[in-house]
Write a protein that binds this ligand. Structure first.
Ligand code: THU
Length: 164
């Protein structure tokens, strides 16, 4: 038996104003996207903005449903829309933020496990690692380069390869 240590790298900015111009712009669009979140049940409004390789920007937000599991996270709304419109275009950057009705989110909001898995598939499809920028309503902004930094030991397509 041996112990294997896996490390991830996270870059942290003090707040949104410290981000490079293009990333700040993307995050501002993610903030705007929280306005159209449909979150009457959780009142937790998530917004996301994707920058594609072709320069296109796609935004999304969480869409809830009275039958709770039928709703979808902001990240997957945007990533699936991007894949449906531009199947061959890589996603370069994903900005994620959230705000709630009755409390202030002062720490970066990281994507849920299911969204991380979809991000992993997005990277694998295009063979292009993406940058993730995560923020709350205010405060520090965290950046990772590549989904493996938030999903070590991920399920991999290799697992589905049939033995001959
Ligand atoms: N949510 C997202 O949109 N993205 C995530 O990565 C985590 C959670 C949404 C789902 C639900 O509408 C609300 O936030 C509360 O969980």
């Amino acid at each position: 038996m041996q112990e294997i240590k896996i490390s991830v790298t996270v870059f942290e900015y003090n707040d949104i104003s410290d981000l490079p111009e293009q990333e700040r712009h993307l995050m501002e669009l993610a903030v705007k996207a929280t306005d159209f979140a449909y979150a009457p049940y959780s009142t937790f409004r998530v917004g996301t903005a994707l920058l594609l390789e072709n320069g296109e920007i796609i935004t999304g937000n969480n869409q809830e449903n009275m039958a709770y599991p039928s709703g979808l996270c902001a990240e997957r709304v945007a990533l699936f829309y991007a894949a449906s419109q531009y199947p061959d275009v890589a996603v370069n950057t994903v900005a994620i933020t959230a705000r709630a009705n009755d409390f202030e989110i002062d720490h970066p909001v990281a994507p849920c496990g299911a969204c991380r898995q979809v991000m992993a598939e997005t990277e694998n499809r295009s063979k292009n690692k993406m940058k993730l920028i995560m923020m709350g309503e205010k405060g520090k902004v965290q950046v990772v380069e590549g989904v493996d930094n938030i999903l070590p030991l991920m399920f991999h397509e290799e697992n589905l390869k049939k033995k001959k």
